[in-house]
Design a protein around this ligand. Structure first.
Ligand SMILES: Cc1cc2nc3c(=O)[nH]c(=O)nc-3n(C[C@H](O)[C@H](O)[C@H](O)COP(=O)(O)OP(=O)(O)OC[C@H]3O[C@@H](n4cnc5c(N)ncnc54)[C@H](O)[C@@H]3O)c2cc1C
Length: 482
């Protein structure tokens, strides 16, 4: 009987897992790719139709397949607008994310609808929401879809990406208002207020940057008020220096306090010679997952509360020209950044009132004609409202990781069930592994996961002594990021 792998989620992770399964399979295999809400192949990040939303990783490091590191560059060359670009410039280009989405859709098409049918594996696409996975007596599972249809499968891969932002509650339910946008990736253009009213963005990360760029492209002349706990905005990519290895061989055994000491010391050295301390975060990157896995639960919690915000600002950088536009807008007053914790939202006629608590403990209220929630994914997995996850938790098929950021996952991508056993039915890749790996966000990590999980599901060879989630094979591919 032909084996079937069902993949839930058709963003980068699910799409590339499906592509790799078809690529690598030497025998009959059915791949059922299930996707809803965001565009197939593109997902949240590359589903934006807007030209001004750029990649935040240079083209040289955006290949979707780890075994062909130059694949995205080669593909860019096939497009008229990049054909004659000098190689050094092409490598450092931050292409529009929608162009990267075109790249992923092209790859998907090649394997889902091959021109010549000589692949032993086949792929079927379902535009539907998976709401449950029900184990059957014969050892297989049934994936239940929102439409009422079901799919039989031998293995299920969860590639559902980040959870939507946590809802902001008011009067016992999620806050709703015509001037409030709870999901920044929906089209909020029709909600734009008159220019004498502010647009308020909750959160000061990469999504805030996208929002500002879109407001500019739309010609909106008003002011953007940005509310964030720490008031930090993403830093810019920069060209660094070669910096010698500075970590001891047992860096992953040091624990948080000692590691922070070493990192602070080297950041200070770099500052003294006028260099960007971001070099330290970049040099740490091939080790980040290993360090995280060896932290104690207390160290992980302490990192999240004391260091994660600063880490994210340095780690997830933006192209220099965009950073300049943001800093100029702050200087000109077109963007106002307010430090504060959002305590609640309420209605002020056609506008929305945001209640804040400042770092000094004072109450502050601001009002805007449009409030957009860009606070990032909901990380309380056990409180999820997503039907699929609620059902998986209730069936005991998955359990939250120890930080409640996502699903607990073993070294071979297998979900850990409620009893602590490794599943042989359910596998997980992508941002759902955040609590397990910390660094599982961007293409350079996800392409390796999409490849290794496909190898595992095709071969079905147990790998008890290797941690497949960890990107050992990729260390030589990841370039120095600066
Ligand atoms: C705005 C933005 C910009 C980014 N830019 C970059 C960049 O420049 N470079 C980089 O390396 N990384 C970037 N990233 C990181 C990005 O997260 C990854 O590159 C990657 O896109 C994540 O893909 P994913 O498939 O894991 O998740 P997603 O893109 O979220 O895709 C998951 C898909 O699964 C679907 N889904 C979820 N649940 C179900 C269900 N129950 N049934 C059916 N379908 C379901 C979702 O609707 C979605 O289509 C960016 C992220 C964001 C948000």
């Amino acid at each position: 009987m032909t084996r079937t792998v069902a993949i839930i989620g058709g963003g980068f992770s699910g799409t590339m897992a499906a592509v790799n399964l078809v690529r690598l399979s030497s025998g009959p295999l059915d791949v059922e790719l299930i996707n809803c809400d965001h565009p197939l192949g593109r997902g949240v990040a590359y589903g934006t139709p807007r030209e001004e939303h750029l990649l935040n990783v240079a083209a040289r490091n955006m290949s979707a397949v780890p075994d062909h590191p130059g694949h995205f560059l080669d593909w860019l060359r096939t497009r008229a607008e990049y054909r004659d670009m000098p190689e050094p410039q092409l490598r450092e280009t931050y292409a529009p994310r929608r162009v990267y989405g075109d790249y992923l859709c092209g790859l998907l098409l090649n394997y889902a609808r091959p021109i010549d049918e000589h692949q032993p594996a086949t792929m079927h696409i379902h535009q539907d929401q998976a709401v449950d996975v029900v184990p059957q007596d014969d050892g297989r599972v049934e994936v239940a879809l929102e439409s009422g249809a079901t799919l039989a499968a031998d293995r299920v891969l969860l590639a559902t990406g980040n959870q939507p932002p946590a809802p902001i509650s008011a009067n016992g339910g999620p806050f709703t208002h015509a001037g409030y946008c709870p999901d920044p990736w929906t089209d909020w253009r029709a909600k734009l207020p008159p220019p004498d009213e502010d647009v308020i963005v909750l959160g000061s990360g990469l999504t805030m940057v996208d929002t500002y760029l879109t407001l500019c492209e739309l010609g909106w002349p008003g002011r953007l008020v940005v509310v964030s706990r720490n008031g930090m905005i993403p830093q810019a990519h920069f060209r660094g220096i070669e910096y010698p290895d500075f970590l001891p061989d047992d860096a992953d055994q040091l624990g948080l306090a000692r590691l922070v000491e070493i990192l602070e010391d080297h950041c200070a050295r770099l500052r003294r010679i006028g260099e960007n301390p971001g070099i330290i975060v970049d040099r740490l990157r091939p080790l980040t997952q290993r360090i995280w896995r060896n932290f104690s639960p207390e160290d992980k919690r302490a990192f999240l509360s004391d260091h994660a915000a600063r880490w994210n600002v340095i780690r997830h950088r933006i192209p220099q020209p965009i950073h300049q536009r943001i800093t100029e807008a702050i200087t000109d007053g077109r963007i106002q950044v307010i430090k504060g914790n959002v305590e609640g939202l309420s209605v002020d006629e056609s506008r929305v009132r945001v209640a804040l608590r400042t770092p000094r403990g004072d109450e502050q209220t601001i009002t805007g004609g449009l409030v957009i929630n860009c606070t990032g994914p909901n990380s309380g997995f056990s409180r999820t409202a997503v039907p699929l996850f609620r059902n998986l938790i209730e069936r005991g098929l998955v359990r939250p990781d120890e930080l409640d950021m996502g699903i607990d996952v073993g070294p071979d991508f297998a979900a850990i069930d409620a009893a602590g056993a490794s599943s042989d039915l359910l596998f997980v890749i992508g941002p759902l592994m955040k609590g397990t790996l910390w660094e599982t966000t961007a293409v350079p990590e996800l392409r390796g996961q999409a490849m290794r999980v496909a190898q595992l599901l095709v071969d079905e060879v147990p790998t008890p002594d290797r941690d497949l989630r960890f990107s050992v094979e990729e260390e030589h591919v990841i370039e120095y990021y600066i």
